[in-house]
Design a protein around this ligand. Structure first.
Ligand SMILES: Nc1ncnc2c1ncn2[C@@H]1O[C@H](COP(=O)(O)OP(=O)(O)OP(=O)(O)O)[C@@H](O)[C@H]1O
Length: 329
């Protein structure tokens, strides 16, 4: 490792639970819970305005939540003994324009009690050794992103929290970032939480994703699980010769069931086991019972089509012609 130590950083797990934040009348984050494991890249994915930045700011103790908590191995950010050596963050990329990237890192190191020699190590790690001697004011957005990442790495933290770090990078930069984040997690055992509004980017970078819409958790799981549609509660399709009675039984049990024109009953936020058990208890005959196979693309497509209106527990709005790539910040 660049820090000169041979052992990797100690593994630290992030746990977010019941996180809630309202700004005026806007519920930016609502009862959000998820975990981020060491040794893997977790993508925090959601359309613009889904509450990603607000969540990350709460995780980093920059905003006080109305309810809930975010902890690093059980300790909130504000109570960490050595925050800079525990969590490295990239939220905004603002630097003193007249200062070189290297000087920025040296000033930051001194303030954080880190040996200044570390500045050159992290510059090298992000490929800014030469550019590091030039004024940061002349940096491209991609170079500023690299410098921000270098700043986050100064304390050799086991945890990295990055808000849209791929923003402004050219294709080559994106490829580099992807490999770098995976290396930090897979080879060095760090816990990497990285937000993005682009599914394609997260699919190629992350091992797991936490998907949010309208401040709520929509899904979390490994890319493989989510791609296969084998994720817990979702949309269940069920057919019965007694469709109306089935809807009444399921609704009576608190499930969101609706009957379509074709007689097929759709149940949202349930598993086939939930639906089967309720139908059995209500003595309703079933002819077909299956989970709708919503792949990751379709799920995210619906989410971005619905944008802020999407609500996790409710029926997803009908998909319209919106591509996940089309979203921009
Ligand atoms: N300080 C604030 N005051 C008022 N509303 C806010 C504030 N910060 C965020 N919001 C609102 O909270 C919601 C979530 O915003 P947030 O920036 O967290 O979303 P995001 O997923 O990061 O989106 P983006 O990628 O567009 O930044 C939005 O409706 C936003 O307008």
């Amino acid at each position: 490792m660049a820090s000169g130590t041979t052992a990797g950083p100690r593994p630290v797990r992030i746990e977010v639970s019941g996180l809630t934040k309202t700004f005026g009348t806007v519920r930016a984050v609502s009862d959000l819970g998820f975990t981020v494991e060491p040794g893997s890249v977790t993508g925090f994915l959601g359309p613009n305005g889904a509450g990603k930045t607000t969540t990350l700011r709460m995780v980093l103790g920059l905003i006080t939540p109305d309810a809930g908590s975010a902890t690093f191995d059980g300790v909130p950010y504000a109570a960490l003994r050595e925050p800079v050596r525990t969590v490295g963050a990239v939220l905004e990329t603002a630097f003193h324009p007249a200062r070189s990237g290297r000087d920025h890192l040296r000033v930051y190191s001194r303030a954080a009690g880190i040996p200044v020699a570390r500045a050159d190590e992290v510059l090298e790690r992000v490929g800014l050794t030469t550019a590091g001697r030039r004024r940061a004011g002349g940096y491209s957005l991609g170079m500023r992103q690299r410098l921000a990442l270098a700043t986050a790495l100064l304390g050799d933290p086991p945890v990295l929290v990055l808000d849209e770090p791929a923003n402004g990078l050219d294709p080559e930069g994106i490829l580099w970032l992807r490999g770098f984040l995976r290396h930090l997690a897979h080879d060095e055992g760090r816990t990497v939480l990285v937000s993005s509004h682009l599914l394609s980017e997260m699919e190629q970078t992350a091992d797991r994703v936490v998907i949010v819409g309208a401040g709520r958790l929509v899904r979390q799981g490994s890319i493989t699980e989510l791609r296969s549609g084998a994720q817990g509660a979702g949309t269940v399709l069920v057919r019965s010769p007694e469709a109306d009675r089935l809807v009444a039984v399921l609704s009576g049990a608190g499930l969101a069931a609706t009957r379509g024109d074709d007689g097929l009953v759709t149940v949202e936020g349930a598993t086939p086991a939930d639906v089967g058990a309720r139908a059995f208890a209500g003595q309703v005959e079933l002819h077909e019972l299956r989970a709708e196979s919503t792949g990751l693309e379709e799920l995210y497509f619906r989410l971005t089509a619905g944008q802020e209106q999407f609500s996790a527990g409710a029926a997803a709005p009908g998909a319209t012609a919106v591509t996940t790539e089309g979203a921009s910040r």
